[in-house]
Design a protein around this ligand. Structure first.
Ligand code: PLP
Length: 342
């Protein structure tokens, strides 16, 4: 086994998933994109294990990756559009709930036949997708031709979103009585909503990634080379500033290794300190997300596609080829080579 590995303490992770499920009214797990680093199929089987009756994907193309591992209903979060043939085929599938974000689209979908199951999305202060409040009453005329499973409300993560949700929920329910499906709404405020027993809360990040102690990401050391100050290395043949080692580690742009660690010198203050102290950042170098011999180390140059060159100073102890070193990854953008359960 080599490459970039996500190591899971499976029992601890599942205890966290269970705790979130128990604390969340009508939880709908969101499983989309890179599968939050775990992969779509893996999360679908976790949702099945959790006993969920519904999960949500982002795109129609993601349905195929979850539908065999999970036997409940599948919501497609991205709004249905008539030019997407696949989305229209799926809309006729009894396990699929499509999201509709324009009155005109609902009208077209109503004419597809077979009473597609839909969530009607109301426009929030996100200004992403949704039907304007003033157009909500137009829904009622279509309710005969589609199965309206609920209202979809996608809230931002800043501002008084509880007040906004309550306001919108009122407008939605006076247009058509149906359950509320909310994203980024706090569980402890659900009782303030109309008909709280029918509320569904959708969670991705907080569910799958909310327990960082249950996982570790590591990368395999592929090669180690002795270098001297003044040597040149890498595609760009940049000058090596001091004696040391070049450590070639697994992981590059394709696995989601960024030019900087998600938590590296990213604030202006940290950058200012780096310049003031003559740190390598001042010389145009970036701190890598790899920890070798106890510290984050500097990139020799930007990550390659599937590996990275990292510079280890002379006073550090170089790793052996084949060692696993910690790498900090943003799991919503990373694609690991394997997930290992322990
Ligand atoms: C992606 C998405 C979610 C999940 O977001 P997280 O921040 O990962 O919980 C919820 N609702 C909608 C509509 C989404 O598109």
């Amino acid at each position: 086994m080599s490459g970039v590995t996500l190591r899971l303490d499976t029992a601890t992770w599942r205890a966290h998933l269970r705790a979130v499920a128990d604390a969340t009214p009508g939880l709908v797990p969101v499983i989309k994109g890179n599968g939050y680093g775990f992969g779509l199929a893996r999360l679908a089987s976790e949702a099945q294990l959790l006993g969920m009756d519904t999960l949500a994907v982002g795109l129609p193309s993601e349905v195929v990756a979850v539908r065999d591992a999970f036997d409940g209903d599948i919501v497609i979060l991205n709004p249905w559009r008539q030019d997407d043939q696949h989305a229209t085929e799926l809309a006729r599938d009894p396990r699929i709930i499509s999201t509709v974000s324009r009155l005109g689209d609902l009208e077209i979908l109503a004419n597809v036949g077979g009473h597609p199951r839909v969530l009607c999305e109301a426009l929030t202060s996100m200004h992403r997708h949704g039907i304007n409040v003033s157009d909500l009453p137009g829904i009622e005329a279509m309710a005969e031709y589609v199965r309206i499973e609920g209202w979809s409300i996608h809230l931002p993560m800043a501002g008084d979103t509880v007040a906004e949700a309550i306001r919108l929920a009122g407008a939605c329910r006076s247009a058509h009585a149906a359950p509320l499906w909310l994203s980024h709404f706090p569980a402890q405020a659900v009782h303030q909503l109309p008909n709280p027993d029918a509320v569904r809360l959708r969670h991705g990040t907080q569910l799958w990634l909310g327990d960082p102690v249950s996982r570790r990401t590591t990368a395999t050391v592929l090669d180690v080379h002795r270098v001297r100050r003044g040597d040149h290395a890498g595609y760009r043949q940049r000058r090596i500033p001091h004696d040391g080692w070049i450590v070639v580690v697994a992981g590059g742009t394709s696995q989601g290794v960024g030019l900087e660690a998600p938590s590296s010198a990213s604030t202006p203050r940290q950058r200012a300190i780096s310049v003031a102290t003559g740190g390598l950042a001042a010389a145009g170098r970036a701190l890598s997300p790899y920890t070798i011999d106890g510290r984050k180390r500097w990139f020799v140059e930007p990550p390659h596609m599937q590996s990275s060159l990292v510079l280890l100073p002379d006073d550090a102890t170089p790793p052996d080829v084949g060692d696993e070193v910690p790498v900090e990854l943003r799991l919503t953008t990373a694609t690991v080579d394997q997930v290992v359960d322990a």
